[in-house]
Write a protein that binds this ligand. Structure first.
Ligand code: GLU
Length: 297
C-alpha cells in the first residue's frame, strides 16, 4: 500500500512553490492508488501564523486536493517525539548540550551543509550548570546513500558534513528532523515527494530512521520553483498566495512545471477533470532531475 503525504508548515498561505509540492505528492499517491495524507507542521510555534493552517486546508480544497484520513497537527504530538527521544537515550545515542549558538560559533569555524559542525564540547566536557539543555544525536563518519526517485544517487557523510545535530532545542521545541521522522513512521508513510531544498536533510532523517528501527520510505525530491533572481518562492521572497479563482491556470502551470505536458484544452476544464487527467497521465520520471527551476510568472 502506498501512503504519501503533504506536510506544509503554517507560516503563511500556500503559494505557487508549495502548490507544486502538493500537486506532485497528490498525483504520485493517486497514480499509485495510494492514500494522500496532510500533516500540518506547526511545531515551531513562534514561526506559526495564526489561521494559516486553516487557510492552507481551504486552499487545498479549492484546488480539488482532497486528503485521506484526518489532518494531523504536529503541535499535538509531543508525546510521540518524547518517546522517540527516550528510545535514543536508552541506546546512548543522544547527549545533552548547554552551548548557546554564539558559543558554538565561537568554538568552531567548520561549516557543514547546514551551518557549523558542532565541536562536541558538551560530549567531552562538563555541562554548564543551571543552563537550559538541548539534546543532540551523536553522528558517525558514515556515508548515507540512497537512490532518490527524481534526483538519482545521493550520498552524504553525516559525521563530516553535518555533525551532531539537535533533536530537542534548549527552549524545549522538538526539531523538524526528529518530528518528521517520527510522524512519517507512525503514519506509515511509504513515499515522500517534497521539494529538493530538503534533500540535504534526508540523510539525517535516514540516520534517525535506522537508529529508531523504522522502515525507510522512498524519497522523490522535486525541483523547487525560484524567481528570476534564483531565490526560492516563499513568503520571504513575496510569493503571492494561490487564489481559487485562478485554480485552473495554476494547476495547469504546476503540471507544466513538473513536465507532465498537460494538453492546452485542459486549461478551461473543471479542476476535478484537470486532476483526473493529471493522475491518469502522471509520470514521476518526466520531472526534471534538477534541484531548482526558475518559474516566470
Ligand atoms: N514542513 C516542511 C516545509 O513546509 C516540509 C517537510 C517535509 O516535507 O518533510 O518545508
Amino acid at each position: 500500500m502506498y501512503i504519501g503525504r503533504f506536510a506544509p508548515s503554517p507560516t503563511g498561505p500556500l503559494h505557487f512553490g508549495s502548490l507544486i509540492t502538493a500537486v506532485a505528492s497528490y498525483c504520485d499517491a493517486k497514480a499509485n492508488h495510494g492514500k494522500w495524507l496532510v500533516r500540518i507542521e506547526d511545531l515551531d510555534l513562534p514561526r506559526t501564523i495564526k489561521g494559516a493552517a486553516d487557510t492552507i486546508l481551504r486552499q487545498l480544497e479549492a484546488f480539488g486536493l482532497v486528503w485521506d484520513d484526518k489532518v494531523v497537527y504536529q503541535s499535538q504530538r509531543h508525546a510521540y517525539y518524547e518517546q522517540a527521544l527516550q528510545q535514543l537515550q536508552t541506546q546512548h545515542l543522544i547527549y545533552p548540550c548547554t552551548c548557546t549558538r554564539k558559543e558554538v560559533a565561537d568554538a568552531s569555524d567548520q561549516r557543514g551543509v547546514d551551518g557549523i559542525i558542532y565541536p562536541r564540547t558538551c560530549l567531552n566536557h562538563p555541562l554548564k550548570s543551571n543552563a537550559p539543555q538541548a539534546w543532540r544525536v551523536k553522528t558517525e563518519q558514515e556515508v548515507i546513500q540512497f537512490k532518490d526517485l527524481v534526483q538519482g544517487h545521493i550520498q552524504q557523510n553525516i559525521g563530516l558534513e553535518v555533525g551532531d545535530f539537535i533533536l530537542k532545542r534548549a527552549d524545549n521545541l522538538f526539531s523538524y528532523q526528529l518530528a518528521v521522522v517520527v510522524d512519517d513512521a507512525l503514519q506509515g508513510v511509504t513515499h515522500i515527494v517534497r521539494g529538493a531544498d530538503l534533500l540535504d536533510s534526508t540523510p539525517r532523517q535516514m540516520y534517525l530512521q535506522h537508529a529508531l528501527q523504522y522502515t525507510v520510505p522512498h524519497y522523490a525530491h522535486i525541483p523547487i520553483a525560484t524567481n528570476s533572481k534564483g531565490e526560492k518562492l516563499s513568503k520571504q521572497t513575496h510569493a503571492k498566495p494561490i487564489e481559487a479563482q485562478y485554480a485552473n491556470d495554476l494547476l495547469y502551470d504546476a503540471l507544466s512545471f513538473l513536465q507532465q505536458h498537460p494538453p492546452v484544452a485542459l486549461k478551461i476544464a473543471p479542476i476535478n477533470e484537470i486532476l483526473h487527467w493529471a493522475t491518469c497521465y502522471w509520470h514521476l520520471n518526466q520531472v526534471r532531475h534538477q534541484q531548482a527551476i526558475c518559474y516566470q510568472m
